[in-house]
Design a protein around this ligand. Structure first.
Ligand SMILES: CC(=O)SCCNC(=O)CCNC(=O)[C@H](O)C(C)(C)COP(=O)(O)OP(=O)(O)OC[C@H]1O[C@@H](n2cnc3c(N)ncnc32)[C@H](O)[C@@H]1OP(=O)(O)O
Ligand SMILES: CC(C)C(=O)C(=O)O
Ligand SMILES: [Mg+2]
Length: 519
């Protein structure tokens, strides 16, 4: 078994992308999670970039245990000094220094001759070695560099004391076969290359960052630089979650390679980054996108329900994904519908399922996704119609409110033929009236969700209240519409309670289901 080291650069290259800047505290929060994820090296930032980044690297060096903490530095003594200073508190530290080796970068950007670049690289590496014996050197734009010169620079960097040699595809120009060949060529042409770890750092300008990284590993690279969700300069870097899971899932292809990543932490790490940066991944993103383990079409759903491996090459729980999700839509079939109803605690007979299925398809043609609440409403309409004499009705309510009054409500309700009265106070008039109804009912009703919106943009608009409640473990939703927001809320709440009571008795009536030939 050989290890592939995971070098995470979410907090350095990832942060370089527009809109992904993080404060020191946010970087620390992310770094602590990356340590839980099990990354081997954590590039905390570029200490010379700004006072803030210096502080962030220092904070992470102080607080984060486990991974090697690293800072980037140009091949300049002042950058290396700052990196070393910021990294000082770390238990294990790495200085990562770099300089471009391609003709175009040397001529137009650095305005340096190849000989000067070679000298600068040597000096930077040996200078960094004064501070730590873990020094990484990168030949920026390696894939567009002249081969013989690239070999020379790497050879001199190793002589100067580099312990990791990183080969970046800085502009995402390479293609997998070519990149694999470059790694092979470096291994065959650079003296003492076997004494150091070969690392790769690929960008995604052609959508090939992960493929290039994996092919490099197949051909001898043993460190991959990557970022959570693939964030990074321009189109981003290789996505950590994709590299790690490809190596894990395709051991038959990659051989006995392993990483130290605790894959169950992947999803959590991805979501944390999304929350911190406010930038969410696209739904179809591999491994961590919302749809990565979702199935909407009937044939797939039937397959997955029979055996998840029919359409899932990895277990969602292995990456910490909540679970594979059956999404109901116009492509879904009866197997999935039946399963969904069961998950919602609704048991129906075959005849009822047929009726619901027909209505469900009609609705799905009009609506992109069918949510649990839509399905619930449909089931109520088709098989659990509320009777005219509902268990609960509100006979009268009265609410007092004002800027100097504690909102107080009194209600008179009828519950199972019996009249009951109660008074309650609340944070506002709606809160007070709902609390009064709850008190009068004297049942264990928990309000889980409440929203109210105006259906048109005027002050005399109809208001629509939507509520979700739980009554003795049975969830249900209710809806009320009225020009008066208090009335809309009362109607919605009572609607939800009646549905919960009805559903409770419905679920319990197993005899009826058995008689009709149940599922
Ligand atoms: C491929 C990559 O991802 S490389 C990392 C990219 N990341 C960043 O650039 C983020 C952090 N950068 C910064 O905050 C700033 O660029 C700083 C603080 C580092 C430098 O700022 P400034 O001094 O104003 O320089 P500026 O950014 O305008 O230009 C870069 C300078 O560094 C030089 N330079 C670039 N790379 C290197 C290198 N690897 N080694 C030595 N010098 C370098 C350039 O030639 C240029 O020099 P000049 O000022 O003498 O012309
Ligand atoms: C600093 C180096 C490794 C880099 O980010 C790149 O070349 O893309
Ligand atoms: Mg980069």
């Amino acid at each position: 078994m050989e290890k592939v080291y995971i070098f995470d650069t979410t907090l350095r290259d990832g942060e370089q992308a527009p809109g992904f800047s993080m404060t020191s505290e946010e970087k620390l929060q992310m770094a602590l999670q990356l340590a839980r994820l099990g990354v081997d090296v954590l590039e905390a930032g570029f200490a010379a970039a700004s006072k803030g980044d210096y502080e962030a690297v220092k904070l992470i060096a102080q607080e984060v245990k486990g991974p090697v903490i690293c800072s980037l530095a140009r091949a300049l003594e002042k950058d290396i000094d700052l990196a070393a200073e910021a990294l000082a508190p770390a238990e294990r530290k790495r200085i990562h220094t770099f300089i471009a080796t391609s003709e175009i970068h040397m001529r137009y950007k650095l305005r340096m001759s190849p000989q000067d670049v070679l000298e600068r690289a040597k000096r930077a590496v040996s200078y960094a070695r004064r501070y730590t014996d873990d020094v990484e050197f990168s030949c920026e734009d390696a894939t567009r560099s002249q081969r013989e010169f690239l070999y020379r620079v790497i050879e001199e960097a190793i002589k100067a004391g580099a312990t990791v040699i990183n080969i970046p595809d800085t502009v995402g120009y390479s293609v997998p076969e070519e990149f694999a060949q470059l790694i092979e060529d470096i291994r065959n042409n650079v003296p003492n290359i076997d004494k150091v770890i070969i690392s790769v750092h690929c960008h995604d300008d052609l959508g090939l960052a992960v493929a290039n990284s994996l092919m490099a590993v197949k051909h001898g690279a043993r460190q991959v630089e990557c970022t959570i969700n693939g964030i990074g300069e321009r189109a981003g870097n290789a996505a950590l979650e994709e590299v790690v899971m490809a190596l894990k899932v395709r051991k038959d292809f990659f051989g006995d390679l392993y990483t130290s990543i605790n894959t169950k932490e992947i999803y959590k790490t991805s979501r944390l980054l999304c929350r911190i940066t406010g930038s969410f991944v696209q739904p179809n993103k591999a491994i961590v996108g919302d749809n990565a383990f979702s199935h909407e079409s009937g044939i797939h759903q039937h397959g997955v329900l029979s055996n998840p491996l029919t359409y899932e090459i990895m277990n969602p729980e292995d990456v910490g994904f909540p679970s594979s999700r059956i999404i109901l839509g116009k492509h879904s079939g009866r197997h999935a519908l039946k399963k969904k109803l069961q998950q919602m605690g609704i048991e129906v007979s075959e005849a009822e399922l047929e009726r619901i299925f027909e209505k469900f398809k009609e609705l799905a043609d009009k609506k992109k996704e069918i949510y649990d609440e839509d399905l619930e409403a449909l089931v109520y309409e088709e098989v659990m119609k509320l009777p005219d004499d509902q268990p609960v009705s509100v006979l009268h309510y009265q609410v007092q409110t004002g800027d100097k009054l504690l909102p107080t409500a009194t209600v008179v309700i009828r519950y199972m033929g019996q009249e009951r009265t109660a008074t309650a106070t609340g944070n506002g008039p709606v809160d007070a009236v709902i609390k009064a109804i709850q008190k009068a009912l004297d049942l264990d009703t928990k309000l889980l969700d409440f929203s109210i919106k105006a259906l048109t943009p005027n002050t005399d608009a109809q208001a629509e209240a939507r509520l979700v409640i739980e009554l003795d473990g049975v969830r249900s939703s209710g809806r009320g519409v009225d020009v008066d927001i208090i009335k809309a809320s009362v109607v919605g709440f009572v609607d939800a309670v009646n549905r919960a009571l009805l559903r409770k008795s419905y679920i319990l009536s197993k005899d009826r289901i058995r008689e009709e030939g149940t599922v």
